[in-house]
Design a protein around this ligand. Structure first.
Ligand SMILES: [Zn+2]
Ligand SMILES: [Zn+2]
Length: 67
């Protein structure tokens, strides 16, 4: 799988992760690894089991949308 953002730019970079929100494949340069709070609704991990912030892999777009 190739990085979606790079593909848009005409480059073929091997993806090393996927955004957990939109599922976009991302390379090192285009991923954001962030410690963010659980957000409301639908996430598969039960809210009460996560007392700490959990690190997530996100794309830049989803990261800026969640801040
Ligand atoms: Zn990329
Ligand atoms: Zn995303």
């Amino acid at each position: 799988m190739h990085c979606y953002v790079c593909a848009q730019l005409g480059k073929e970079t091997v993806a090393i992760a996927t955004c957990i929100v939109c599922g976009m494949a991302l390379c090192q340069e285009h991923l954001v690894r962030a410690d963010i709070d659980m957000w409301e609704g639908g996430y598969p991990i039960p809210r009460q089991k996560t007392s700490k912030k959990m690190p997530r892999i996100l794309c830049h777009e989803c990261y800026s949308a969640l801040k």
